[in-house]
Write a protein that binds this ligand. Structure first.
Ligand SMILES: C[S@@+](CC[C@H](N)C(=O)[O-])C[C@H]1O[C@@H](n2cnc3c(N)ncnc32)[C@H](O)[C@@H]1O
Length: 270
């Protein structure tokens, strides 16, 4: 994801869900003075700053992201708001030993709307285990399934777009068609050595007020868009919307309703 400005203004349900989950789960966390906190896949940094406001006692809050553009944006817009905030461009999946990247480790790890971008959850959770201190807690919020991923698959079958979407499978979550997503992810966490406090895949929905908002939301997260030549992008996006429309039930008041399953996992390192 390389469009921080667009994402910052076109991620209403991602931000809404994160705030909803934090309101519910933060009171369950055991906080200590001076906790070191990680926001994994921090993107534009909006939620990292929000998180900092929710946890006044933590000593440091580090936002990391694979995207340099996201990190530059987060630094420019959020770093000065709170001196405990720091943003780093890191691809933890590339490291053999994540502890070398973060030798001091973290007391808490949060991640919002990022894990559906990562295919190898076993390796990721092993890395998280390594950088989490004993007794530390993790809260992960990500898409278990969403019609947008089926839309990607349908777009990839179309002759005009197939060449830009050959690796579409890389962007469809494991759990997209699973009937037991929470059980699958819980098993992955356990096999990485983590204790699952709670893991659910909740049905959620979001009403987009008009089609332009849907279009911007799709453009902000579509990993294939930048491969499509500029002159074809508008037409590509309109086709995305058409395919999406076939998968969604428009509500009677003209809004477009997205229905999806949100994975929420609260885990601990013993
Ligand atoms: C949809 S955005 C979510 C941003 C923010 N957490 C939020 O909820 O608004 C997903 C972010 O995950 C990042 N990401 C994807 N793969 C990653 C990886 N392997 N390591 C770190 N960040 C990653 C992307 O660059 C992107 O900024």
């Amino acid at each position: 994801m390389e469009l921080p400005e667009l994402y910052a203004g076109a991620s209403p349900f991602q931000k809404r869900d994160a705030v909803h989950v934090l309101t519910q789960y933060l009171p369950q966390f055991d906080w200590a003075e001076g906790d070191a906190v990680l926001d994994f896949g921090c993107g534009d940094g909006d939620l990292t700053e929000y998180l900092a406001r929710c946890i006044p006692r933590c000593a440091s809050l580090t936002g990391i992201d694979i995207s340099k553009k996201m990190i530059d944006h987060a630094r420019n817009h959020h770093q000065e708001q709170d001196l405990r905030l720091e943003f780093q461009q890191v691809d933890i999946m590339q490291s053999i030993d994540a502890r070398e990247v973060f030798p001091d480790g973290f007391d808490k790890i949060f991640s919002f709307y990022c894990l559906h971008w990562i295919k190898d959850h076993q390796r990721l959770m092993e890395h998280m285990y390594d950088i989490l201190k004993p007794g530390g807690e993790i809260l992960l919020v990500f898409l278990a399934s969403n019609p947008i991923f089926t839309m990607y698959e349908r777009m990839a079958e179309r002759t005009e777009w197939a060449e830009y979407m050959k690796d579409v499978d890389e962007y469809v979550p494991h759990y997209q068609y699973s009937t037991r997503p929470a059980e699958m992810f819980s098993a992955t966490c356990r096999s990485a050595g983590l204790q699952v406090i709670e893991c659910t895949a909740q049905e959620r929905s979001f009403s987009f007020q008009n089609i332009n908002i849907v279009k911007n939301a799709v453009a902000a997260v579509n990993p294939f868009l930048r491969r499509v030549p500029l002159r074809l992008r508008e037409s590509y996006l309109l086709d995305c919307l058409m395919e999406l429309q076939k998968l969604k039930a428009p509500s009677t008041d003209g809004c477009t309703v997205a229905r999806y399953r949100l994975m929420i996992a609260h885990v601990r390192k013993p």
